[in-house]
Design a protein. Structure first.
Length: 320
């Protein structure tokens, strides 16, 4: 930002600040601390008529809102406003790059509790063909990543594991604010898939992506501390045989949940509670399963993931 001031006399301050909050700020600060200044910066850019920059940088802003734990219904309104803006100005590629993220949010909010994927995720051949024709590897990677996330949220763990192997580009748009979460979610999906299938390919991917998160934590990235604890818990559950070290696994999940709760990462607080509940349900410990699954459902409701909360109620009705 200082270099921009000196070189351009302050004329590019807004764009530089926007890129800072999209790419750099999250490396040392909690996600939620960047939302308000990022929003103010985009409004200044809009006031100056920087339409293309606003459209481009708004993708980073909306993802930052997600990562900061913004209520999903509010986020969905903002995502739809963004999509309408792209339509109004004929920005087809910008709209298509946002669609996978928008569809993931829509699935969480409006999934009707269905154990399936709604929207464009159902037409993979058509979606991939569109991006191939437009030579957009970024679009393909967005599609696989967000479909992986919503598959995991709706408990299609083997599908999520398969998609995790297809997400080959971790730095899709430079070191954007979603980069650490790509490492985390690929590792999480791979650990869970390994626990189900014991396939070595999932184990290798899980370890590789987890190493990336460990490096982020060592570098002082505060947004990754709870992520690493969650991966430790999922790894412990994957290696636990017939309930051995049950207390160790529970402690690992409790540490991950506590860290996510303290940091305000409600989406991972919900996921960690759900995974802990499923672990205890598998061990036939219905009392503990009920505690964690009910906490998870409440977190999803508080976050605004009504579709997911409804799915949980239908799946675990007897426990709740």
């Amino acid at each position: 930002m200082e270099v921009a001031d000196e070189r351009y006399g302050g004329s590019l301050d807004d764009r530089v600040a926007s890129l800072y909050y999209s790419w750099i700020h999250h490396l040392r600060h909690p996600y939620k601390e960047g939302v308000e200044p990022f929003s103010k910066t985009l409004k200044l850019m809009w006031g100056r008529g920087s339409l293309e920059s606003v459209v481009d940088d708004s993708k980073g802003y909306l993802r930052l809102c997600y990562l900061s734990g913004t209520k999903l219904r509010s986020l969905l309104r903002e995502v739809r406003r963004y999509s309408d803006l792209c339509d109004d100005y004929g920005m087809v590629m910008a709209r298509s790059l946002m669609d996978p993220f928008a569809q993931m949010v829509e699935n969480l909010v409006e999934g009707r509790g269905e154990h399936m994927l709604r929207g464009g995720f159902m037409t993979e051949t058509k979606s991939i063909k569109f991006w191939q024709e437009n030579r957009s590897s970024t679009g393909i990677q967005h599609y696989y990543f967000f479909k992986m996330m919503v598959s995991y949220y709706y408990n299609s763990y083997e599908l999520a594991g398969t998609l995790a192997r297809k997400v080959t580009k971790l730095y899709v748009e430079g070191a954007d604010n979603l980069t650490p979460y790509r490492y985390f979610f690929r590792s999480l999906a791979a650990w869970t898939a390994y626990g189900l299938t014991k396939r070595s390919s999932y184990l290798k991917l899980a370890k590789k992506m987890m190493t990336g998160i460990e490096n982020f934590v060592k570098a002082g990235m505060v947004n990754c501390n709870h992520s690493l604890l969650f991966l430790h818990a999922e790894r412990s559950a994957a290696f636990c045989k017939k309930g051995k070290n049950k207390q160790k696994v529970q402690l690992a999940f409790d540490e991950a949940i506590a860290s996510a709760t303290t940091g305000g990462y409600i989406y991972d607080q919900a996921l960690a509670n759900e995974r802990a509940g499923q672990y205890f349900l598998k061990l036939q410990d219905k009392e503990l399963a009920h505690v964690y699954l009910e906490r998870a459902r409440q977190c999803y409701r508080d976050w605004g993931a009504d579709g997911k909360a409804l799915q949980m109620f239908r799946m675990y009705r007897s426990l709740m």
